[in-house]
Design a protein around this ligand. Structure first.
Ligand SMILES: [Zn+2]
Length: 93
């Protein structure tokens, strides 16, 4: 279902009015509690979004680093610092 810009603006305006009416009916304590709750919900939302972004970044941006083998898979010689085995020339990475 699609809403026109006017309908959205109207709905937003109504939500704002409803919220203001609700606030007006509240005692200062209730209002403070509601604001705290809203702040908390926002903070939780932010934390969730950050967590989601972090996991997306982890999947998309940083592929798990390839573990460097300690030994040549071909001849079993200890792997040096190069990309190829110093003994048989097998590719290590
Ligand atoms: Zn080797």
């Amino acid at each position: 279902m699609e809403y026109s810009r006017e309908e959205l603006a109207k709905a937003l305006e109504k939500a704002k009015r409803d919220w203001e009416e609700t606030l007006a009916k509240m005692t200062p304590e209730e209002r403070a509690a509601a604001e705290r709750k809203a702040q908390q919900a926002l903070a939780e939302d932010e934390a969730r979004r950050k967590k989601l972004l972090d996991s997306v970044a982890a999947i998309m941006g940083k592929p798990a680093p390839k573990a460097r083998p300690n030994f040549c898979s071909h001849c079993g010689a200890p792997a040096g610092t190069g990309n190829f085995c110093e003994y048989c020339g097998e590719r290590l990475v």
